[in-house]
Design a protein. Sequence first.
Length: 142
Amino acid sequence: MSHPIPFAQRERIKASLPLIRERGLEIVEQFYKRLFEELPEAHSLFANGVNKQRIKFYIMLREIVMQVDNWPYINESVKSLGRRHQTYGVEAHHYVAVGNVLIEVLSEALGEQFTKEDREAWTALYREISACMLDGYSEKAA
Ligand code: HEM
């Protein structure tokens, strides 16, 4: 399977690993706060609240960054993540809002260190991940 994300962009993504390790939970907390401001309807999707969710999202994000070179693995695990998201009632249009919030929160956490190239790399990563997640949806969904 050829890799959908160019090597140079993957190197940039992997370079974010120390930040994710050190400040990931803080970033994820900010992410949910911002998500509910930008997408109030997300409240009803998270029927169980986000306390436990934060750590799960953080671990998955970290895993994706650590394993970004191993695309067959990412593809499979993210596809089944997508399948579960279908059951949570997450629709295709939600992925756009979530991606924008994630990139903005990362950009704010990193400040000037988050370059235009970093933004492009993360945007490419998110685009590929959400496409794989939606691949996991069964037909007629979302
Ligand atoms: C890169 C994209 C995303 C990642 C990595 C991600 C990650 C996760 C993870 C790891 C879980 C824990 C449960 C599981 O593993 O099935 C989860 C649950 C959930 N996610 Fe996502 N997610 C993403 C996109 C979205 C989007 C776009 C929405 C829509 C607002 C969303 C809403 C939810 C909801 C509602 C749950 C279930 C919470 C619960 O009932 O406990 N996620 N997500």
